[in-house]
Design a protein around this ligand. Structure first.
Ligand code: 4AD
Length: 437
């Protein structure tokens, strides 16, 4: 076998581990040249791997000095040398370089410090290497891991619905039509909710994490055309029951990020005070009261209106933690929401809003369980009950009270990481104007 890098990898250690060793230790690390400069006759290379960055310096007495001077930004390399304390170096230590192996000498890296936002999106396949993006992706990893952890620990079954569907869940305006193999038109799913509803009849408590697609035409800080949707559906429960699930789940995820990603949150400059407040029960604000608050703040809203991003942002000023907004008017929510029997003009639904201006991260509530009621509501929304035949069947054979919700994972990451724009919460965002790279 030829002795490539991988073959000799045994003594290579992660940068983070190298930084923990005492001065005088011999270390070998590998990664990419994050920064490169010459100072007098010294060649400095800051090496980046998935765990952190460390500075290496090559002086003319090292046989690798000429190679070190050749290294370009983002070249891949292996560095070996002796650790020395140096308070000026990142992490307080520096490698006095002895050996350098250039694995690949990078071409002129196109990303400069002053790169525009649009350019960074155009070269996203390279921009994902930034330390900021690396930290976001680590936080995102914890968010997904903690979500699965919570559902599994609480007796839920993970299930999968189809991505090609034949009817809208969340209204026709944002459906993506796809020409199917047989020439018919099908759609990309907006939500797996109806399939989850079918599965509670065998598994009772189910969840899924999958992409959902919305042909959102507006450019906003919180809309993607393809987003990661965590959805859950629970038999034998009601609105209050599902709100408890949501707050426990979100609190668990935030706790895990605080535990596991302290360094990433710091690198992103995320203030964590509010994240530490995320403990159940979350405050609950009725839609009625929200309208009063908004009118008091000068918004031109009246009862029955749907609340947009600006209204939500204004409401988040009232809270220092996530909160539920419940009791939306019938016309402001999708047809499957159950109307409150004691007040038929409102639905038994709730959104969970993140503080600090972020707004809605979850939408959920109780579902209609009676066949006649569902048929009437479908008709009253101007839809055709025949398009929902199989969904109606679920109310024909052993219907039960049930509730569920959908959590926008990208929105959750955006808030937890304190990002300005949802496109920075995932590696390869899809928006109204972007499907590349
Ligand atoms: O409120 P929504 O539309 O609810 C549903 O889709 C339900 N069928 C879910 C369910 O009950 N199973 O979407 C749920 C969440 C929103 O709160 C938001 O966080 C996220 O999905 N979301 C989006 N995230 C990014 N980009 C978009 N275009 C989004 N649309 C919704």
């Amino acid at each position: 076998m030829s002795g490539g890098i991988a073959m000799q990898a045994t003594d290579i250690i992660p940068v983070k581990e190298a930084l923990k060793l005492p001065a005088g230790s011999t270390v070998k690390v590998r990664g990419w040249a994050y920064r490169r400069r010459d100072l007098g006759d010294k060649a400095f290379i800051v090496v980046r791997d998935s765990t952190g960055i460390i500075q290496a310096v090559f002086t003319p007495d090292s046989p690798s000095h000429p190679d070190a001077r050749k290294v370009t930004v983002e070249s891949s390399l292996v560095v070996e040398g002796t650790l020395k304390d140096d308070p000026r170096a990142p992490g307080g230590k520096e490698i006095q370089g002895k050996k350098l192996e250039i694995v690949h000498l990078a071409e002129n890296f196109p990303i400069r410090r002053d790169a525009s936002r649009e350019f960074l999106l155009e070269v996203r396949h390279l921009a994902v290497r930034s330390r900021k993006m690396t930290s976001v992706l680590k936080i995102r990893n914890t968010v997904f891991e903690a979500l699965h952890e919570w559902f599994r620990a609480n007796g839920y079954y993970e299930v999968q619905g189809p991505m090609f569907v034949s009817a809208a869940v969340e209204g026709g305006a944002t459906l993506f039509p796809v020409k199917y193999v047989d020439g018919s038109t099908v759609y990309l799913t907006q939500s797996s909710q109806f399939y989850l509803e079918a599965l509670i009849f065998s598994l009772e408590k189910v969840y899924t994490v999958a992409p959902s697609f919305r042909a959102e035409k507006s450019r906003t800080r919180r809309h993607l055309t393809e987003f990661w949707h965590a959805e859950a559906e629970v038999a034998w429960t009601n609105l209050e029951g599902i709100m408890k699930v949501e707050e426990e789940l979100v609190a668990h995820i935030v706790r895990r990020v605080l535990e596991k990603n302290a360094e990433d949150l710091e690198l992103l400059g995320r203030k964590t005070e509010i994240l530490r407040n995320v403990e159940p029960p979350f405050p609950r604000l009725s839609y009625d009261k929200a309208i009063e608050i908004l009118q008091g703040k000068g918004f031109k809203v009246s009862w029955g209106d749907d609340l947009g991003a600006d209204e939500e942002r204004a409401l988040t000023e009232e809270f220092d933690r996530p909160f539920f907004l419940y009791g939306f008017p019938v016309q402001a929510k999708a047809f499957y929401h159950k109307n409150d029997p004691s007040r038929p003009e409102v639905t038994l639904s709730a959104d969970l809003l993140a503080p600090e201006g972020y707004g809605e991260i979850i939408g959920g509530g109780e579902r209609i369980e009676k066949l006649e009621e569902l048929v009437e509501k479908i008709k009253s929304f101007g839809l055709n009950p025949r398009d929902y035949e199989w969904y109606l069947d679920l109310r024909r054979y052993g219907s039960v009270p049930h509730a569920g919700f959908g959590l926008g994972m990208d929105r959750l990451v955006t808030w937890i990481a304190g990002l300005e724009h949802i496109v920075d919460s995932l590696p390869f965002p899809r928006t109204v104007s972007r499907t590349y790279p």
